[in-house]
Design a binder for this molecule. Structure first.
Ligand SMILES: O=C(O)CCC(=O)C(=O)O
Length: 327
């Protein structure tokens, strides 16, 4: 039987599910781990005489300081996955106990089960994003989706070709701070997922961007504002982007994804593992350390390659799948 959540998500392309998570139990531990990463970076990169003072700053001031240290690929230290290319032995990624707890959170999986059914895998297309006020960003970060604005895209477009065709995936977007129009919430257009997968182009720094996205400027947006504790769900064909953070405060989020078990993840060889099953007798990955081992094994595989994973842009042979032909 199709339930309402699934019906509504495929009907309008997005859903906001209220009060699923508890800040202190589910979210604050992730922020604490981010702060631990900052402390490590400060110990390593800050001037010796400044270290003690900086370690006593609060989360935001500390992060602002860390972002002035000119650390190469800083966002990667706070991101949930391996970098897309040139993975090295010491490539860092943010895989912590708190994040494992979030990925396998019962309340999240109860929601996901209503969308995908009872056989669910964690999909490795996942990010954590710390966004400072845009006015504090260096120019090259303003259009970088991890630290600044995210371009218009569909999530199915960041999967490889098999994934684009075969994977039923849902995006679970989790705010760690109240997310508003002013601090850079995501926006989408109601029912636009009904168009299916569209042609994309390679945008700023190779980010996947919808072709002809300027046409969306004339459409009526839905502002995906959310409170801490809520989840925003996105259909894999929902076209969305995020606004600039024009507030004076931080906007922090994680976007996790799940797919129906047995389908390709669309990001092989990154970890794709069961998080819930009604029928499978023994789920192999049961704890944080086993999860970490999956990432380390994936890393070994990726080191000799130029690209850890590739996602050929969905570019169909004709222009029939261009937004300009469909609106
Ligand atoms: O948080 C953002 O800025 C964008 C997130 C996004 O595009 C996604 O989760 O697919």
């Amino acid at each position: 039987m199709i339930n309402n959540l699934q019906k509504n998500l495929s009907a309008q392309g997005y859903l906001i599910v209220k009060n699923v998570l508890d800040y202190n139990r589910d979210l604050k531990p992730v922020l604490n781990d981010m702060e631990f990463v900052m402390d490590c970076l400060i110990q390593k990169h800050a001037k010796k005489k400044e270290i003690k003072k900086i370690l006593n700053l609060d989360f935001k001031k500390k992060y602002s300081y860390v972002s002035t240290l000119k650390i190469d690929d800083l966002d990667q230290y706070f991101n949930t996955r391996l970098p897309r290319d040139h993975v090295k032995k010491d490539s860092d990624y943010f895989a912590t106990q708190s994040l494992w707890n979030l990925i396998t959170n019962k309340n999240i999986l109860d929601v996901v089960e209503k969308i995908l059914g009872k056989e669910i895998m964690s999909n490795p297309v996942q990010n954590t994003r710390i966004k400072q006020p845009e006015k504090k960003l260096p120019r090259e970060s303003i259009n970088d989706g991890l630290s600044g604005r995210t371009p218009w895209h569909q999530d199915a477009a960041v999967l490889n070709t098999k994934g684009q065709k075969l994977t039923d995936m849902v995006t679970v977007w989790i705010p760690f701070t109240k997310t508003t129009k002013r601090n850079g919430c995501m926006i989408t257009v109601k029912k636009i997922n009904k168009m299916g997968l569209l042609n994309h182009i390679s945008g700023y720094k190779g980010q996947v961007e919808l072709k002809n996205s300027e046409l969306l400027d004339k459409m009526e947006y839905i502002y995906l504002e959310a409170d801490v504790g809520d989840l925003i769900l996105l259909h894999k064909h929902s076209i969305h982007c995020s606004l600039p953070n024009r507030s004076n405060d931080f906007r922090i989020s994680a976007d996790l994804r799940y797919n129906v078990a047995g389908q390709p993840s669309g990001r092989e060889p990154l970890p794709n593992f069961y998080v819930r099953s009604k029928y499978k007798k023994n789920i192999k990955i049961q704890n944080f350390k086993q999860w970490l081992m999956l990432w380390e094994k994936a890393k070994e595989k990726c080191i000799p390659r130029k690209y850890a994973f590739k996602y050929p842009l969905p570019t169909f042979k004709t222009t029939k799948r261009d937004l300009s032909r469909l609106i």
